[in-house]
Design a protein. Structure first.
Length: 339
């Protein structure tokens, strides 16, 4: 990572994120807890942790030169990344003992098998680690497909349980209870597999239980769900660094259930953050935290890559400026951990 910069003022003693825009934007203060760590990966191999309260950036040496997908487990004190350069899962342990700031070198790690081809996201449910893979299996773009690799994490390994093939290109994935939601790449659609882990225990081609479109969204990529709200990112045209957006759907469970298979969730049932002030071009990954009502974004293209945050996520929309901004070249994925 190049030099990182915290743009908004940080009130360390009050442990708050403060809006850098004026009151007309409607961005209120968001109070954070004592520990608020945002982990991020990049296509340059950088793995960083941003302390949202203090602005301290900690970098972690790792064996990957390109990663996309990250998860931090407090019980194991370890982060796991999806290495695109090695096509495997990699977990690095003993993170807290390494301290804050500078570059740290984790000495304990676990590497899975080199099974993947084009991994793009990671979703975790207990000891199950699911990786979405966007490989074109038959070389024919008119017959889209993707794969979901299902791993079981043990004390010293990632064991591949099985692989299922989807009938569409897949990007972001997110567990909501036992159900797995997926962003259907190159579309404005969202799919779900109900009771995913228990219903798909063998290698096979699977059919989504339901697919709905998101009105106003161009090309879905990232998604995150918390406490009834689903946030999806829209990268728009992949070559454009200014046409991205975020779609916020409150009461998501009710709205998704009330939409017929093949139907769409209308624009009036969403909030959308988009426009030049947002710095959103290719927001490839998102995290939403309902306690602080903040959306964190891994923006891959604008300014060659950024980490952004938007306060008051369920009450603001339009062309608003981010409340938090770090530079991270080739930003690819994020995970927010708080206590």
């Amino acid at each position: 990572m190049k030099r990182s910069e915290l743009i908004l003022p940080v009130l360390i003693m009050m442990l708050m994120i403060t809006s850098c825009s004026n009151d007309d934007d409607g961005n209120a203060r968001v109070k954070t807890s004592e520990i608020a760590h945002l982990y991020a990966t990049s296509h340059n191999g950088d793995v960083n942790r941003y302390d949202i309260n203090t602005g301290v950036v900690t970098k972690y040496a790792n064996s990957s030169s390109d990663s996309e997908g990250i998860f931090y487990s407090s019980s194991e004190d370890a982060f796991t990344i999806v290495s695109r350069s090695s096509n495997r899962l990699e977990a690095y342990e003993g993170i807290s003992a390494l301290g804050d700031g500078g570059t740290k070198n984790p000495e304990t790690y676990i590497f899975g098998g080199e099974d993947l081809e084009n991994p793009v996201d990671l979703a975790v449910s207990g000891d199950f680690y699911v990786v979405s893979d966007n490989t074109d299996l038959d070389g024919d773009e008119t017959t889209p497909e993707g794969r979901l690799y299902i791993y079981i994490k043990t004390a010293n390994n990632f064991i591949l349980r099985n692989v299922v093939q989807t009938k569409f290109k897949v990007w972001g994935i997110e567990f909501v209870g036992n159900d797995l939601f997926l962003a259907v790449d190159e579309t404005n659609k969202l799919a779900v597999y109900r009771n995913f882990l228990n219903s798909n225990m063998m290698n096979r081609i699977v059919t989504a239980d339901k697919i709905v479109a998101i009105q106003g969204l161009v090309r879905s990529h990232g998604l995150d769900y918390d406490n009834g709200t689903m946030v999806l990112s829209d990268i728009g045209e992949p070559e454009s660094s200014s046409d991205g957006g975020l779609h916020i759907i409150q009461d998501f469970d009710e709205k998704f259930s009330g939409t017929t298979n093949g139907g769409f969730i209308v624009s009036d049932d969403q909030l959308r953050i988009a426009g030049g002030n947002t710095l959103l071009g290719n927001p490839v990954n998102v995290v939403y935290d309902s306690n602080y009502n903040v959306i964190f974004v891994a923006e891959a293209l604008n300014n060659n890559g950024r980490i952004l945050a938007f306060n008051d996520a369920t009450s603001v929309s339009g062309n608003i400026a981010p409340d938090l901004k770090y530079a991270l070249q080739g930003a690819s994925s994020i995970f927010f951990y708080t206590e």
